[in-house]
Write a protein that binds this ligand. Structure first.
Ligand SMILES: CC/C=C\C/C=C\CCCC/C=C/C(=O)SCCNC(=O)CCNC(=O)[C@H](O)C(C)(C)COP(=O)(O)OP(=O)(O)OC[C@H]1O[C@@H](n2cnc3c(N)ncnc32)[C@H](O)[C@@H]1OP(=O)(O)O
Length: 300
């Protein structure tokens, strides 16, 4: 898949992709891998490779809540691109290193009080991440070990299979309307593809965040398991998916997903312009302000 990362050279230059992870990760063999196989990654994305299995576990660690800032998106994109281009890997498991949070979704501070050029650059990176995960040739499994609203839910929905930890706090859904904003058409498309038109219609308008039992029932996740079994379940599901010949699975995935991705690919620039226009409105900036204040006040 030929996707351009399309971020400012400065943003990319600031990052140090593939630097050895400092501290705990440095020199520590990856779990399940043979001696000498090291974790690698970037400051916010820890990659634990298991070359023997052809699998890499990608742990998001952008504390406190794994909000998808521009820098974090860029690091995720670089990690994904690297794994995608490395023939060692046939599958990745996306999970979180932030306790209780899979991802709080898009970083509201990238959309609040920012100038149009910044918003455009940010939205391009959001599009890019979605396209890369959604159309990945790798098997992508979400080991969802925390709450995942809005953009966090989109990331989960873009995986091939979702395993959610059974904790009532770990709700998942596209809750944009609760913030006074709307889910873009491609977020909506992915939800409709996953849970069907009627369920998506209700969930989107009401900004539902489904707790695990409801999430399983509506089909927004594929499996709910005890929290301490999320990673092992993701690994065994991965083994099932990797039993299928890559070329057949990849062509089938493309057949199913391409029409949805094409809807965005055919109008990426217009989608960016729509986003910038929408997010720059006074009323929307006000809604974001109110929501951010609410988040602050929650702390007391
Ligand atoms: C024509 C139309 C065209 C196009 C469409 C247009 C535009 C709209 C598209 C926009 C799509 C948006 C997608 C999104 O993803 S929006 C983000 C949605 N996310 C949320 O609603 C989650 C908000 N966060 C929470 O609910 C809680 O933080 C959470 C995740 C439950 C964790 O709770 P807790 O552990 O108690 O932590 P805190 O709440 O104290 O948060 C810690 C710290 O993080 C800050 N923060 C939280 N979430 C975000 C975020 N998403 N972005 C930025 N910052 C976030 C929070 O404010 C705290 O900050 P502080 O400085 O106070 O420490």
């Amino acid at each position: 898949m030929a996707l351009t990362v399309g971020l400012r050279p400065l943003t990319r230059a600031l990052l140090r992709p593939w630097a050895r992870v400092p501290g705990a990760a440095l020199g520590r063999p990856a779990a399940g891998s043979g001696d000498g196989v090291r974790c690698f990654g970037s400051p916010r994305v820890l990659v634990e490779p298991d070359p023997a299995a052809g699998v890499a576990v990608m742990k998001m660690r952008n504390p406190p809540v794994n909000s998808l800032s521009l820098e974090f998106l860029t690091e995720l994109l670089i990690s994904l691109e690297k794994l995608e281009n490395d023939k060692t890997f046939r599958g990745i498991i996306i999970t979180s290193d932030c306790p209780g949070i899979f991802s709080a979704g898009l970083d509201l501070l990238e959309m609040y009080g920012r100038d149009p050029a910044h918003c455009a650059e940010y939205w391009k990176a959001v599009q890019e991440l979605w396209l890369r995960v959604y159309l990945s040739n790798l098997v992508v499994i979400g080991a969802i070990n925390g709450i995942s609203p809005a953009g966090g839910c989109l990331l989960s929905l873009s995986c091939d299979y979702r395993v959610l930890a059974n904790n009532p706090k770990y709700a998942i859904g596209l809750n944009e309307t609760l913030l006074g904003i709307i889910a873009p058409f491609w977020f909506k498309d992915v939800l409709v593809n996953t849970i069907g038109h009627r369920a998506a219609e209700r969930a989107l308008q009401l900004g539902f965040l489904f707790p695990p039992s409801d999430a399983l029932q509506v089909g927004i996740v594929d499996q709910v398991v005890p929290e301490d079994q999320v990673q092992s379940t993701a690994r065994s599901v991965m083994a099932q998916w990797l039993a299928i010949p890559d070329h057949a699975r990849q062509l089938t995935k493309n057949l199913v997903r391409k029409p949805t991705a094409d809807r965005l690919l055919q109008q990426r620039d217009a989608d960016i312009q729509n986003f910038v226009r929408f997010i720059s409105r006074d009323s929307i900036q006000k809604s974001l302000h109110v929501y951010l204040e609410k988040l602050k006040q929650k702390k007391g």
